[in-house]
Design a protein around this ligand. Sequence first.
Ligand SMILES: Cc1cc2nc3c(=O)[nH]c(=O)nc-3n(C[C@H](O)[C@H](O)[C@H](O)COP(=O)(O)OP(=O)(O)OC[C@H]3O[C@@H](n4cnc5c(N)ncnc54)[C@H](O)[C@@H]3O)c2cc1C
Length: 415
Amino acid sequence: MKRYSVFAIAKQAMNYHLGWERAWAAPEPKKHYDVIVVGAGGHGLATAYYLGKNHGIKNVAIIEKGWLGGGNTGRNTTIIRSNYLQDPSSAIYDKALQLYENLSQDLNYNVMFSPRGLLMLAQTHHEVRGYLRTVHANMLQGVQTEYISPAKVKELVPIINNDGPRYPILGALYQPRGGTGRHDAVAWGYARACSAMGMDIIQQTEVTAVRSEGGVVKGVETSKGFIGCNKLGVVVAGHSGQLAEMAGFRLPIEAVALQALVSEPIKPCMDVVVMANTVHGYMSQSDKGEMVIGGGTDGFNNFTQRGSFHHIEETLRALVETFPMISRLKMLRQWGGIVDMTGDRSPIISKTPLGNCFFNCGWGTGGFKAIPGSGWAMAELMAKGEPGPLAEEFSMWRFKEGKFIDESVAAGVAH
Ligand SMILES: Cc1cc2nc3c(=O)[nH]c(=O)nc-3n(C[C@H](O)[C@H](O)[C@H](O)COP(=O)(O)OP(=O)(O)OC[C@H]3O[C@@H](n4cnc5c(N)ncnc54)[C@H](O)[C@@H]3O)c2cc1C
């Protein structure tokens, strides 16, 4: 695989850019692999990448029923931050943020990580108390974050209305290292690096059953036939319940559609990410100039990938009162993704009742930011057969044991 560089661009420019090779190969599946990862979203691809990079396991297939990055990874609003409340959460999200900081260099692919700063507005006294608690917890965890005044909010976001009709802005939780990345590029960068290591990314191939013998996984049935493996990693977000059923157990997870929308492009007007949890909406501006707007989850379980009118109305009502200048903007597109929600709003990175079968899921409305850290932790679990320090608290059995990692406040608005 050729390296991308300024010299490569100059060389290709002289040949009308006809010499670029495909970013990743499209192989037919082999009969057997050391490891199969089901799901070529960011988390599945990152798992495969760190299996190769950190543990030298490269005889790997990543099996994807659609196209890579076509699930939630290519549908999210790309918010990245690490100021979660509980110790296990801030550890894995901060590991992810640290990896994001050098991901473009590591993958030799521009993932457009943009640490432009992220504000979570406090609009009730309850939120003020909650965010101050998070700041104190983050200080103890070594995660840099701060609580800022309404005046500082206005300085950072001149288009904001501090005295909204329903709730005034009382301050904000601010993480200057937070920001956004380019979701497709994260999937594409990992895919290209996996392919360069000799891994097979097999798209348009659905896993339909899990085959096991004596309580140990032997491989998967797919729409292209049986493919054997020594170890199986399942990283399928909203479809985790179905794959768990195929593997013979149940997971405490629900699938719900989460929605987003995007406006027509306008000139630069906001260079930070703002989340308004009380009125419920969040917004950033993409490099193209579109305002990227996140809504909420549907109030019922479903597997649709569509938006709906009532969510647009609810989300835009919240954002128009927060940013009155967007009231005349046209909205261009809306969509949904199938997110995997656990009861404590924290992920599962876990061994399972089936031998050599591992699950990584439950990232719900906020897993884009976790992709590098999650892949790192899942690869360690799969390579060693036991969780490392990043994953050990995220076992699926915590729900049985009552050891919840409660992030329901941190993840109150999507992310
Ligand atoms: C609208 C929206 C906004 C969001 N905003 C943010 C945000 O701002 N910040 C943030 O951190 N997170 C956000 N998220 C959450 C984030 O997108 C997800 O947590 C993350 O992308 C999950 O990645 P994944 O790799 O686990 O899943 P996915 O990207 O969904 O990948 C799973 C893959 O598994 C495949 N698959 C499923 N079943 C099978 C099968 N049987 N066989 C083969 N393949 C299968 C699917 O086709 C899919 O490609 C948002 C999500 C949505 C929907």
